[in-house]
Write a protein that binds this ligand. Structure first.
Ligand code: SAM
Ligand code: SF4
Length: 324
């Protein structure tokens, strides 16, 4: 039985693949992850089947596609189109942007509305070091393509790491303001490969905000229930303004009103990033039988019950396998 309280609004993140062409050191092991066999990865129609069932029982307005790097999968535009055909109005993508230049227009046409692009540095050398193999020019071309395609809003995600890119927060905010993109500063979480260096890397959002206040006038905006980001409107001395956001899972956990459910590419349902465990529904999605819907609903209920009251990062699973 689904608890009555759970029959409310849900937002779904689908991690479409664990694979990524980059190797950010707080997310991926240097050698990457072993490739899953094709049979173990959910197909577009299996993901859509899950969404159809979810929609029959929950108020599901938003689906975000993530990974790994979602754009390394060639059928992402087909998935977006299928979700749009199911009536999902708000389809979003989280990407490192390096493959976006060639994909943005097609994704927009398929029904993608908005995009979060992860860029940790505007210095080509630091960006290269941080991704272990990426190219800043490709990510920036992705941002421009997203703007040209009319994806909106475009949010730029920067994970702030002490001694690595923390000196760049003002430059990143200016970059966003100049392009009409919101910049969101993320606290690094001690998940998976980040656990060992967390103490050394961690910069609390309050410190980032303090640095930004030296360059911008910051006006706090009302908190949006369920949103992980605390936003401010920033104005610079030239009168330009834009949004900045702070995502603070460590210093200010936002667990109490979290209504996010994750479906991994392997078909596991995860209620909470910090404790990446949950029921495996792949068999129910791959070979459906009459009566399976009850099993799926029980699994959803189980995943939602595994949500934590506070992030405690009990699980050390690699972030890319869970879907950030
Ligand atoms: N590849 C895409 C990307 O980089 O945006 C999507 C997947 S990635 C796992 C999603 C987000 O998780 C990115 O913004 C990334 O910076 C963030 N992330 C990964 N590991 C993290 C960690 N240990 N702490 C905080 N954020 C993390
Ligand atoms: Fe890839 Fe995104 Fe993880 Fe970086 S954060 S390694 S881009 S999945």
């Amino acid at each position: 039985m689904i608890a009555p309280a759970a029959r409310r609004h849900l937002s779904l993140r689908i991690s479409v693949t664990e694979q990524c062409q980059l190797r950010c050191p707080y997310c991926m092991p240097a050698q990457g992850l072993p490739a899953a066999s094709g049979e173990d990865v959910l197909k577009v129609e299996e993901m859509v089947r899950f969404v159809q069932i979810l929609r029959r029982h929950f108020d599901l307005a938003k689906v975000r596609l993530t990974g790994g790097e979602p754009l390394v999968r060639r059928d992402v535009a087909a998935l977006v189109a299928a979700l749009a055909a199911e009536g999902i109005q708000d389809i979003a993508l989280t990407t490192n942007g390096e493959l976006l230049a060639d994909a943005a227009a097609e994704l927009r046409q398929a029904g993608l509305r908005r995009v979060n692009i992860h860029i940790d540095s505007l210095d080509a050398g630091t960006y290269r070091t941080l991704t272990r193999r990426g190219r800043l020019s490709r990510a920036l071309a992705g941002v421009e393509a997203a703007r040209r395609a009319g994806l909106a809003p475009i949010k730029l995600n920067m994970v702030v790491l002490r001694g690595v890119n923390d000196s760049e927060v003002v430059a990143m905010a200016r970059f966003g303001l100049e392009r009409g993109c919101e910049v969101r500063f993320l606290e690094v979480m001690p998940i998976g490969v980040a656990a060992a260096s967390h103490r050394e890397w961690f910069v609390p959002s309050a410190e980032v905000r303090h640095r930004l206040a030296s360059a911008f006038d910051l006006e706090p905006l009302p908190v949006v229930p369920g949103a992980p980001s605390r936003d401010v409107r920033a104005r610079d001395t030239l009168g330009r303004s834009g949004l900045l956001g702070f995502i603070s899972p460590c210093s200010q956990p936002f667990c109490s009103d979290c209504r996010r459910l994750r479906l991994t590419s392997a078909g596991r349902l995860i209620g909470c990033l910090a404790r990446a465990e949950g029921p495996d529904v792949s068999a129910l999605l791959k070979a459906p039988h009459p009566g399976d819907e009850a099993g799926l609903l029980a699994a959803i209920d189980q995943a939602l019950r595994l949500k934590l009251k506070d992030h405690c990062f009990a699980d050390q699973r690699i972030m890319a396998t869970v879907g950030g």
